[in-house]
Ligand binder design. Structure first.
Ligand SMILES: Nc1ncnc2c1ncn2[C@@H]1O[C@H](COP(=O)(O)OP(=O)(O)OP(=O)(O)O)[C@@H](O)[C@H]1O
Ligand SMILES: Nc1ncnc2c1ncn2[C@@H]1O[C@H](COP(=O)(O)OP(=O)(O)OP(=O)(O)O)[C@@H](O)[C@H]1O
Ligand SMILES: [Mg+2]
Ligand SMILES: [Mg+2]
Lengths: 260, 260
């Protein structure tokens, strides 16, 4: 299997989903081998990534919720769905999963359901991106066990920076079970140049993280328009600066993995 | 007891915490009776509201986590702490609560822990504001059972609007147990006038919600600076438009309750 990257930050609204879907849309444009396939896994019960990437309505049995039932699925292959992009596939989420969430702590191997799934299908994909919810819950835990690296979108704002220590504590705990989980880096996100306090926090982040700052994405109206059009910037505005910034980030992520 | 208002929206980063702490800071300025006291309850394990309102470090036993232990507390009074504002008190949260969260589904009356607490201390306060996490988890459920109304910050953005139906479904479910839970309204939040797609969504929200739009808060650098200074706009910039918008909202909320 290629790369399995969890887009994560327990702080809400830092741009995890927007990053996940736009990275997923840019990646094929970088590769020479156009046969390669990518997978986006939506682990958030609010299913925002699913909404932006797929126009289909999915029955609950065809979504990620099926991996978390009482009985471990024999095969999860049927949970992989095509999208309008030829090389991009999705394991969708569903708000119906909210009803299940409370019972999952009672179920066997509840932390490994996503890992088991990727053991089965992961080799068919070049890059697997996992969109995480704003939490440190069972779905995020599954993502951390299944991933080989985490990528953290970080707006240069006080409350977003606050949560980083807590996140790193969680990663450290997970490494007892998944010692290969790497911290790929941060993406300075939703950045507005002329806001002084943001520039100050940006400098602080660049100081703190050094070469672990893998990219910078400006706050852009284009990205909000793309969401309102229920699509990615790759479709909506491939000539925009926003697209270029995601593309450059994707290139950097790929080089970190020695891909491409 | 006066008003118990849950600030909620399962979408991340829509401004729940910023709204909660700034409302809490404005409310005393509206009242003639300066003996009245308000309480802010932080139900988010990320404890952002606690961070912004209080400079103290709290032992876990003195935070909201104490309400969710195996044994129901005889009295929760010691969980109410003063803040630098004379009339404002806080029940703080703590990231340590994350370790507990998985075990709470096993505990008796787990949905009522906050209600029981407010039965004991609620009458001492004029207004109780509850800051909720970006989820529909046990802490949000407790908030819905304990509250008499919910107030929903809503940026005029596609993904934020998407979640509203799911939220209303949850409220409907809760009303089977707490029939008095009212939908107070929405606050159009983080609004930037010149962004066309936001103006369009704003018009849509005003159409949909009519007189349930209780206020509008513009996106403001001042609010980010206040957070970076670990304080509220009432302290940081009481002459700003941002402060005026929170004040006007607080007035509207108060009039909805027939207070003041
Ligand atoms: N660079 C950007 N410029 C402008 N708007 C952005 C940018 N990135 C994301 N947004 C918008 O900000 C909002 C939050 O982004 P997004 O939903 O991707 O964050 P998230 O971290 O996935 O949120 P959650 O914690 O709820 O899962 C969305 O409305 C999105 O369209
Ligand atoms: N009106 C505003 N203008 C500018 N920035 C704002 C505004 N309201 C909130 N913010 C900033 O946006 C970020 C998200 O706000 P906040 O943390 O209050 O949202 P939240 O809904 O509580 O997030 P979470 O879902 O993680 O609890 C914070 O960095 C905050 O300082
Ligand atoms: Mg998201
Ligand atoms: Mg918050």
């Amino acid at each position: 299997m290629g790369a399995v990257i969890a887009l994560t930050n327990q702080k809400g609204g830092v741009g995890k989903t927007t990053l996940a879907v736009n990275q997923a849309a840019c990646l094929p444009d970088l590769r020479k081998n156009t046969d390669r396939r990518d997978l986006l896994i939506d682990t958030d019960i609010q299913a925002n990534a699913t909404f932006l990437i797929s126009k289909e309505t999915f029955g609950y049995r065809d979504t990620i919720g099926a991996l978390f039932q009482e009985t471990i699925l024999e095969s999860g292959r049927h949970l992989v769905h095509g999208t309008e992009r030829e090389n991009l596939f999705i394991v969708p989420s569903s708000p119906l999963m909210a009803a299940e969430e409370q019972r999952i702590p009672f179920r066997e191997r509840r932390g490994e359901r996503l890992s088991l799934f990727l053991k089965e299908v992961g080799d068919e994909f070049d890059i697997v991106l996992i969109d995480c919810p704003p939490a440190l819950n069972i779905f995020v835990l599954n993502s951390f066990f299944a991933a080989d690296s985490i990528l953290v979108p970080m707006p240069p704002e006080e409350l977003a920076v606050q949560g980083f220590e807590q996140l790193m504590g969680q990663i450290a705990a997970v490494r007892a079970v998944n010692p290969d989980l790497a911290f790929l880096g941060v993406v300075i996100n939703m950045f507005t140049e002329r806001i002084l306090v943001q520039s100050e926090i940006r400098s602080f982040l660049e100081e703190q993280f050094g070469d672990r700052v893998l990219g910078l994405i400006h706050r852009s109206i284009i990205l909000q328009e793309a969401s309102a059009s229920r699509t990615t910037v790759a479709d909506y505005a491939p000539n925009s600066r926003a697209y270029e910034e995601y593309r450059r980030l994707a290139q950097r992520v790929a080089s970190e993995y020695g891909l491409m």
